[in-house]
Design a protein around this ligand. Structure first.
Ligand SMILES: Nc1ncnc2c1ncn2[C@@H]1O[C@H](COP(=O)(O)OP(=O)(O)OP(=O)(O)O)[C@@H](O)[C@H]1O
Ligand SMILES: [Mg+2]
Length: 357
C-alpha cells in the first residue's frame, strides 16, 4: 500500500512536470514560428513594394523570400532540437565528471606471484566526505600460509577490513601490503588472480555454474573442477539438472543459499590464490558444508595460502592459527586461537556461537 502511494505520488509529479515542459515547448515553438512567418511576410511585402516602384524585379523578390526561408530554417531546427542539445550537454558533463573521479589505471608492473605475506600499517578508513572513521589504527602482520580468524560484534568493521584486505577499497591513510608491495601498486587484473574473496553478500552472475567459478575464464574446465573439489562442492554440482552447465538464475536465485555460498567458495579458491579472504562463509551451511569448509581451509593452508576468515562460529575457526577480536573499528585483541577464544567464547551464548549469522 505504501509503495503504491509512493509510486502514484512520483507519477503525479512526473506528469505535472511533463505538462509544464510541454507548455513551454509549445510556447517557444509558437514564438519562433510567428517570428519566421512575419519576417517572410515582411520581406514579401518589401519585395512587392520594390517591384511596384521598379527598384527590383519580381525574380529578385521571390529569390529573397526563398533565401530568407532557407536562412531561418536552421534556427528553427535548433530551437526544435534544443532538448537534445541540453541532454547531450548534461550527458557530456556526466561523463567528464565520472572520468575525472576515476583516473585511468596507470600501466603497472606485473609483479611475480606473491607468497601471501600481509601487512596492515596504521590503517584508518572512513567513508568519503565523513569525519568518522569506521576503522582506526589497524596494524598487524600475517606470515605466508598463516590463517587468521576475525570475530567481533555486528558493525565492528569486519567486512570493511576484508574489503581493505582485498583492495576493493583504499585506506584513508596507512597502507595494506601484500608481499611488501602496497595493494594499489599491483595491476588489478593480476591482483585478482592472486586473491580469492568470498564477500558476505555473495554476488553470483546469471550464467552457468562453471562460468561463475572460473570468473568467466576461458578453457578452464579442469581448473573449475579442481576448485569445486577443493571447496567440496563437486558432487553437489554434478547432481544439478545440467551439472556444471546449470544456469543459476538471476544472482543465483535458482539455487539454495547454502549451495550459493559453496559455489562462491569454489570461485574464491579458483586458481589457488596466495591470499584467501572469506567473510562469513558458513552462515548458510549445514554440518556437511561446515566440514567441507574446514577441509578446504586446511588444504589451502598446506598449499601455502594465507587465509583470513570472518566467522561467528567456533566450528569454522577450528583451523585458524590466530584470532583477531575487532570492536568499534579497532583491534581489541589478537593472539593465538586458544588464548583469544578462551577469553571470548565463555561470554558468548550458545545461540550466537552456533546459529546463523
Ligand atoms: N558503504 C557504507 N555506507 C555507510 N556505512 C557503512 C558503509 N560500509 C560500512 N559502513 C558502516 O561501518 C560499520 C562497519 O560495517 P561492517 O559491515 O564492516 O561491519 P561488520 O563487522 O562486518 O558487521 P556484520 O557482523 O553485521 O557483518 C557499520 O557501522 C556500518 O554502518
Ligand atoms: Mg560483515
Amino acid at each position: 500500500k505504501g509503495v503504491g502511494r509512493r509510486w502514484s505520488r512520483d507519477r503525479d509529479r512526473f506528469l505535472a512536470r511533463q505538462i509544464e515542459a510541454g507548455d513551454h515547448a509549445t510556447g517557444v515553438s509558437a514564438v519562433t514560428r510567428f517570428f519566421r512567418l512575419s519576417m517572410q511576410s515582411l520581406i514579401l511585402g518589401l519585395g512587392a513594394w520594390l517591384a511596384i516602384e521598379h527598384l527590383a524585379s519580381v525574380g529578385v523578390m521571390f529569390a529573397a523570400t526563398f533565401m530568407l526561408g532557407r536562412a531561418l530554417q536552421p534556427i528553427e531546427q535548433l530551437v526544435g532540437n534544443w532538448r537534445g542539445v541540453i541532454s547531450a550537454r548534461s550527458a557530456y558533463l556526466h561523463i567528464t565528471d565520472t572520468l575525472a573521479a576515476q583516473p585511468p589505471e596507470r600501466e603497472l608492473m606485473d609483479l611475480p606471484r606473491p607468497k601471501g605475506k600481509v601487512q596492515f600499517e596504521g590503517v584508518h578508513y572512513g567513508l568519503p566526505n565523513t569525519a568518522k572513521f569506521i576503522l582506526r589504527a589497524i596494524s598487524f602482520q600475517l606470515a605466508a600460509g598463516e590463517a587468521l580468524g576475525v570475530v567481533g560484534p555486528s558493525g565492528a568493521g569486519k567486512s570493511t577490513l576484508m574489503r581493505l584486505l582485498v583492495g576493493v577499497v583504499r585506506p584513508t591513510s596507512g597502507s595494506v601490503r601484500l608481499d611488501g608491495a602496497d595493494l594499489h601498486t599491483w595491476a588489478s587484473g593480476a591482483l585478482g588472480r592472486h586473491i580469492g574473496y568470498l564477500p558476505q553478500d555473495i554476488e553470483l552472475f546469471s550464467d552457468t555454474v562453471a562460468a561463475n567459478i572460473s570468473r568467466f575464464g576461458e578453457n578452464a574446465d579442469s581448473e573449475v573442477v579442481r576448485a569445486a573439489e577443493l571447496a567440496g562442492v563437486h558432487e553437489l554440482i554434478l547432481r544439478l539438472p545440467q551439472g556444471y552447465n546449470t544456469q543459476i538464475g538471476d544472482g543465483g536465485a535458482a539455487i539454495s543459499g547454502g549451495l550459493r555460498q559453496r559455489i562462491g567458495l569454489a570461485r574464491a579458491v579458483f586458481g589457488t590464490p596466495s591470499l584467501l579472504v572469506l567473510d562469513e562463509p558458513s552462515s548458510n551451511l549445514d554440518a556437511e558444508g561446515d566440514g567441507a569448509l574446514t577441509h578446504c581451509i586446511a588444504t589451502l593452508k598446506q598449499l601455502g595460502t594465507t587465509v583470513v576468515i570472518v566467522s561467528h562460529r567456533s566450528a569454522t575457526l577450528i583451523g585458524v592459527d590466530r584470532i583477531m577480536l575487532l570492536r568499534d573499528g579497532t583491534i581489541e585483541a589478537i593472539g593465538p586461537r586458544d588464548a583469544v577464544a578462551g577469553k571470548l567464547l565463555p561470554a558468548r551464548s550458545p545461540a550466537a556461537a552456533g546459529g546463523p549469522a
